[in-house]
Design a protein around this ligand. Sequence first.
Ligand SMILES: *[C@@H]1O[C@H](CO)[C@@H](O)[C@H](O)[C@H]1NC(C)=O
Ligand SMILES: *[C@@H]1O[C@H](CO)[C@@H](O)[C@H](O)[C@H]1NC(C)=O
Ligand SMILES: *[C@@H]1O[C@H](CO)[C@@H](O)[C@H](O)[C@H]1NC(C)=O
Length: 394
Amino acid sequence: MGRYYRLHFKTMVFLAVLQVTIVVLFHSWYICQSSSNYVPPQRKVHVLLLSSWRSGSSFLGQVFSQHPSVFYLMEPAWHVWSKMEQSSARVLRMAVRDLIRSIFQCDFSVMDSYLPENYNMSSLFMWAESRALCAPPACSLTVTNVTQCKNICDAPGLLKVEKACNRYSHVVLKEVRFFELESLYPLLQDPNLDLRIIHLIRDPRAVLRSREVASKALMSDSFIVLEKKSTPFYTVQYQALQEICHSHIRISKRASLKPPPFLKGRYKLIRYEDLTLNPLKEINSLYEFAGLEMTSEIGEWIYKTTHGIGKGTKKQAFQITSRNATLVSQAWRTTLPFSKVKRVQDICKEAMELLGYKTVDSFKEQRNLDIDLLVPKVPHQFSWIPGKAEKKES
Ligand SMILES: *[C@@H]1O[C@H](CO)[C@@H](O)[C@H](O)[C@H]1NC(C)=O
Ligand SMILES: *[C@@H]1O[C@H](CO)[C@@H](O)[C@H](O)[C@H]1NC(C)=O
Ligand SMILES: *[C@@H]1O[C@H](CO)[C@@H](O)[C@H](O)[C@H]1NC(C)=O
């Protein structure tokens, strides 16, 4: 009995020690494992870069795409629009909304309706502009430029895209195909999403100049915006621009005057001109809004990109506008005839007033670059309407 008890006691002690050892070993193995692997954060942040054609949104997109925590995709709704060219922006609105909701959650099965058979990663519009798709796990290598990405990183299907998307803490999508905020309300209230909207606008006179340069490419989109095909070529630009200006008013008023509670702190308006005048400061505040940290690499990238330095070198990974930003935002003043400027000002009068773009009354004023046409932004306020501005919530 005594011997049996001793034996039993020894066995018990041994088993207990063994169990503790196993637990400790397993625990340290587990910690080791999880620290060597990437641990996804508790909650993804979803950022919608809401803008319009020729408003600098590709640059803003790159500002996010280059960040190591960001999975970025440019214009996924391009697929919806190009699949249904006979349709209108209003009809396609909900399809676009549901598409971006799925993509924010890294579910790319939604693309199946819009892509050709046997689609590949390269079937996604402007896929190689996404740094995340040009690096593991989407790509077998980390490549340094778009050409190389196109040559090396393509893969069948979109499983690798989903895998990559799941790895990042931030999913950022750029869209020029929203003309109001209301259709996005369900996304703002969706407990599975943490949506933040950055609304990028630009001086409509500069937009017109840029649209004229690219008018052919914009034609089919313009028809969808205008819901008709019978509009004469000459007036399309102005009508599309008018729609865009109206949408800026709609969106910024919706967000600044009595916004619904779920919109508070989730909308940020930025003018392209402010971004180009003071890129580092503005990008810092956009990152803060999106919950991203500024890194020294990103700081360097911004400096080089906005100063046109390092063209063709390895450091300048992706080619985007490295022209003199100030020159670009003022170019309309020296190239557009006053008659066109005046027409844009008439069409977009209310939007320009609301968003802080001063009109010019003569050709002389237009050409005089010493006259600053930008109304300075009041810091920490939602809108620039005197007396109606609200404090930004963080
Ligand atoms: C996808 O890639 C395969 C293999 O390279 C090719 O045969 C196929 O045509 C591609 N699909 C599309 C839709 O381009
Ligand atoms: C892209 O990178 C590859 C490899 O580093 C290089 O050979 C090629 O010249 C680069 N292309 C451009 C357009 O910079
Ligand atoms: C950009 O152009 C403006 C106006 O010509 C000039 O004042 C500025 O120095 C230029 N900046 C760079 C980095 O070239």
